[in-house]
Design a protein around this ligand. Sequence first.
Ligand SMILES: [Zn+2]
Length: 182
Amino acid sequence: MVEAGTGIAGVKKALSGKTPEAIFLTHEHFDHTYHLNEYMTAFPTAKVYCHPATVTELETGDFNNAIAPFTGYPVAVPKSFKNIHAMTDGQILNIGPFEISAIFSPGHSHGCVVYLINNQLFTGDVLFRTSVGRQDLIPNGPALMQQTLRMLQKIKFETCYNGHSEQSTYAQQQKNIADHLE
Ligand SMILES: [Zn+2]
């Protein structure tokens, strides 16, 4: 599974009795992690993977503490970190029929990871269908995003799935990235 921003009822329905072995977080923002505690309770054997900066953000709740009063969402600090694992840039995991590559992609947040899973790209808030993630949330965000876009431009994939808009093709993302490179 990728992301933890959807309520457990819908997730269980989609899984129809299957238990996920792993949950991959694209970054720490509340709308991508808010239901993590529910997932870890429902699937206690699932390992959670993310960027080390996301582990820190989840531990401190800093970012989400700052915005929680404005969103009405309480802070979603995990109850336990024993199943939460920090990945390294370029790390490859093989789980069942899936090969998962972690591609660190800072700019929208420090903890952004794009996952290449069997030729499908999961970009969280880094790439949308015709735009890229906001860059005003961390120091030096725009410069980091430019480096990230140059790096992602070289990654081959079939379909891009992102956190907030419709899926897109490789060709659409090549154009999207080019449109946002300076
Ligand atoms: Zn975000």
